[in-house]
Design a protein. Structure first.
Length: 419
């Protein structure tokens, strides 16, 4: 590496050994320190887990700065209650921490990593340093035709989410964040379009999902299945937006008498899903396992053949990448994060025009994979290769590092060619 930079990451969520947002913060910070000196501003409640991991596996060039609002300014926050307001206020405080750090260290580049949410600002964009925003997501919406299948709770959620996003886009600091970013990374095409409307100059689609070398190796050890019954599996919180009701309806329509459908996870939609399975006449072939620890979830994945993930709006879709790493083909909707991860070689992406059409096409995909073991093996092997090439952190970081170096070059054109 010809140039080792001093990088500041803003990672509100950052914790080793976790998936989703905490995994994004930790994975990018740890892997980027292979190339550069990295400082990370994160929440103080992440400190115990980070320090335990660093004591066990030291990471040179990686420095953490822990910040929280004063106790008097956060007494009202309890768990997830008030988290969005707290996050906004935390961003303001993090700006002053970052400004003081910049005076001491002199950062070459600043990168906002988490939360992965485009309709909240990062005030670090105000600092006189090239600023990278993202990957951020949230620009995805459940197609209106699918709302009629949602519970009242689900419909209210979608309406409030749309309102929050609209208000966020009106926030002048969100627009300023977009306009001051030298590069804005979007998790999906839907979010990319919204970032361009906000004024971001250079928008690139870049998935937030990444797996460590250890995770890729662990998942790669899962062996393929050739026995009966063929098993489909869905994994995730049982929420309306995950579309598991579509998966159950498709399973019933596929009429695969010897097949089983396993559902792992818990949430407010579990009761409705169980009632649906009974009404469809498939309750004897559907297993609701509830929430399981990761180790047990992986054992269940190993006992299944095909992942069904019909999410209606999902910026990430970690489970799709994990399933591909385990050699399992994926059936998903052609929406959001999964649509950027799954290809025609690794599974089936079903259009989402209406519930009836989506169910019909999901059922067709289920039938093809259930009856063609050779296709399952072929797609599983292609999925493993795709994860290694595009979703292993070590490969993703190389791409991010190229973005960094170009941003520095563009910011300092006279230094082009100097080390």
């Amino acid at each position: 590496m010809s140039q080792r930079l001093k990088i500041l990451l803003s990672a509100y969520a950052c914790e080793p050994g976790k998936g989703s947002e905490p995994g994004v913060g930790w994975g990018l910070a740890r892997e980027m320190s292979r190339y550069h000196q990295v400082w990370v501003i994160t929440r103080a409640n992440n400190r115990p887990a980070i320090e335990v991991e660093l004591a066990r596996n030291p990471v040179p060039n990686l420095h953490f700065v822990y910040y929280d609002l004063p106790r008097w300014a956060r007494f009202w926050k309890k768990g997830q209650r008030g988290v969005q307001l707290y996050y906004y206020l935390w961003q303001i405080g993090a700006y002053f921490v970052a400004r003081n750090l910049h005076r001491k260290i002199g950062f070459d580049l600043i990168h906002h990593v988490t939360f992965v949410k485009y309709w909240s600002p990062s005030f670090l964009a105000l600092l006189p340093v090239p600023f990278i925003w993202g990957p951020v997501g949230g620009g995805e919406s459940a197609p209106r035709a699918f709302w009629r299948d949602f519970s009242l709770r689900g419909q209210v959620y979608e309406a409030l989410r749309g309102l929050a996003r609209w208000l966020g886009e009106l926030d002048p600091f969100v627009r300023l964040t977009a306009r001051r970013s030298v590069v804005a990374l979007a998790t999906t095409n839907e979010t990319a379009a919204r970032l361009r409307k906000l004024g971001a100059r250079d928008v690139q689609v870049f998935s937030e999902v990444g797996l460590s070398k250890e995770e890729v190796e662990e998942l790669g050890k899962i062996e393929g299945r050739s026995g009966n019954p063929v098993r489909f599996i869905s994994i995730g919180r049982l929420l309306h937006l995950k579309g598991f009701h579509l998966g159950l309806r498709a399973f019933a329509e596929a009429k695969l008498a010897e097949a089983e459908y396993w559902v792992i996870g818990d949430g407010p939609e579990r009761g409705r899903l169980e009632v649906l399975a009974k009404s469809l006449g498939i309750a004897d072939r559907v297993r609701f396992w509830g929430w399981l620890p990761r180790e047990e979830t992986l054992r269940k994945l190993a006992a299944c053949d095909i992942l069904v993930h019909p999410s209606l709006h999902d910026s990430g879709g970690w489970v799709c990448v994990e399933a591909m790493a385990a050699g399992r083909p994926v059936i998903c909707l052609d929406l959001g994060g999964p649509a950027t991860q799954v290809t025609g070689e690794t599974g089936f992406k079903v259009p989402a025009l209406s519930p009836e059409q989506a169910v019909r096409n999901l059922a067709e995909a289920m039938g093809k994979l259930a009856w063609d073991i050779g296709l399952r093996i072929q797609m599983g092997e292609a999925g493993c290769r795709r994860v290694q090439e595009y979703f292993a952190w070590i490969e993703k970081i190389r791409c991010v590092n190229q973005i960094y170096m170009k941003a520095i070059k563009d910011a300092n054109p006279r230094n082009d060619g100097q080390s």
